[in-house]
Design a protein around this ligand. Structure first.
Ligand code: ZN
Length: 151
């Protein structure tokens, strides 16, 4: 877990201070507060639903199980935001936002859109390996970001 000061370059501000979780999302936010990544998986066909949805988009089955994922993945696609779309983003630009294909789910539908932090935005590439870093927002609330895997 990490806590960053407001206005850190490369970091999209944590505008969410509460999860406002309902029954379908509470397991995700509870795990996030513990620094764990979980996702729902269809018990019929194995397709992941992230974020949770009432029906599987592959087989229309309703039942799910919550699965813990390793929190690592690969950059599937990304963009670098250089122009702030609002004044609050002035200190954040340039920052990278990417679609992360999560390890343990390849071909099964679990990708996350996340801020990619602790990176030279001009060096980000599709296919780069990343790991999750949880940013502590307040007690009981953490938000995910990804950073390059350093070995
Ligand atoms: Zn299914």
């Amino acid at each position: 877990m990490t806590t960053r000061p407001e206005g850190t370059q490369g970091v999209f501000p944590s505008i969410m201070t509460e999860s406002f979780a309902d029954d379908s999302t509470k397991p995700f936010w509870d795990a996030a507060a513990e620094g764990r990544l979980v996702a729902t998986k269809c018990t019929n066909c194995g397709t992941f639903r992230l974020p949770p949805k009432p029906f599987c988009f592959n087989c229309q089955h309703r039942d799910i199980e919550w699965v813990e994922l390793p929190g690592t993945g690969t950059i599937y696609s990304f963009t670098v935001v250089r122009h702030p779309l609002s004044p609050m983003l002035m200190p954040a630009v340039p920052y990278a936002a990417g679609i992360i294909e999560l390890d343990g789910t390849q071909g099964a539908g679990a990708r996350m859109i996340c801020n990619i932090v602790d990176v030279d935005v001009d060096a980000v590439k599709i296919g780069d390996k990343v790991e999750i870093v949880w940013e502590h927002v307040n007690p009981g609330m953490s938000v995910p970001r990804f950073r390059p895997v350093t070995s």
